[in-house]
Design a binder for this molecule. Structure first.
Ligand code: GDP
Length: 198
């Protein structure tokens, strides 16, 4: 699929306000500052489709992008999580919206989980993996900012994450990624194609 055709569709604060639940979509989740917006921009080869934010945690909306081919395929940017300065009550509310979205969205085919390769599998990353597992929802993990590590260290980080997720290996795939160096874009595209192909 040609992800370059992606364009902004709409933003929704809750599941109830999402666009019609038809067609097929892939959602991106990740801890604030992990590099999720940059990854979406790299995949779609656009400079600022998803907003890279200097104030992590500010984007609380679910943002929908449509592939501009009228095929009913969408990319979805979920709110980042884990930002320390967000009040506990607000965090809980987001987590509830995320859970609702994952549970209730029929057109959702898979979840891309973006993690900083230097700090993978935070507590909420693991919570999300558990929720995805409950729904038999496939997950593809992008270990991004791979350019921040030497190639040997990046490879061993990849192996470590793979071995920690062995119990979920039917549902979860993992790869190295770098938006900066444009590393891993084709590999990620293949996974998305799998999910979004009719
Ligand atoms: P988000 O909060 O998860 O959407 O994260 P952003 O995409 O806004 O990125 C957070 C910070 O990490 C920004 O300063 C980015 O420039 C930086 N960043 C994102 N991806 C990469 C990458 O692949 N390599 C490097 N070196 N920096 C990155």
């Amino acid at each position: 699929l040609n992800y370059q055709t992606a364009r902004f569709l709409t933003s929704a604060p809750t599941l109830a306000q999402c666009p019609p639940d038809t067609g097929a979509e892939v959602a991106f989740a990740g801890r604030s500052n992990a590099g999720k917006s940059s990854a979406i921009n790299a995949l779609t080869r656009q400079k600022s489709l998803a907003r890279t934010s200097r104030t992590p945690g500010r984007t609380q909306l679910i943002n929908f992008f449509t592939l501009g081919d009228d095929s009913g395929r969408r990319l979805v940017d979920l709110p980042g999580y884990g930002y320390a300065k967000v009040p506990e009550a607000v965090k809980r509310e987001w987590q509830q919206h995320l859970a609702e979205y994952l549970r209730g969205r029929h057109s959702l085919r898979g979840l891309v989980l973006v993690m900083d390769v230097r700090r993978p599998l935070t507590e909420f990353d693991q919570t999300l993996l558990g929720w995805a597992d409950d729904q038999d929802m496939p997950v593809h993990i992008l270990l991004t900012k791979a350019d921040k590590l030497k190639s040997g260290a990046a490879k061993s980080a990849l192996q470590q994450v793979r071995s920690r997720l062995r119990e979920w290996e039917d549902l979860v795939t993992v790869q190295l990624f770098s938006s900066l160096k444009r590393q891993g874009i084709d590999e990620a595209g293949v996974r998305l194609d799998d999910w979004l192909a009719d």
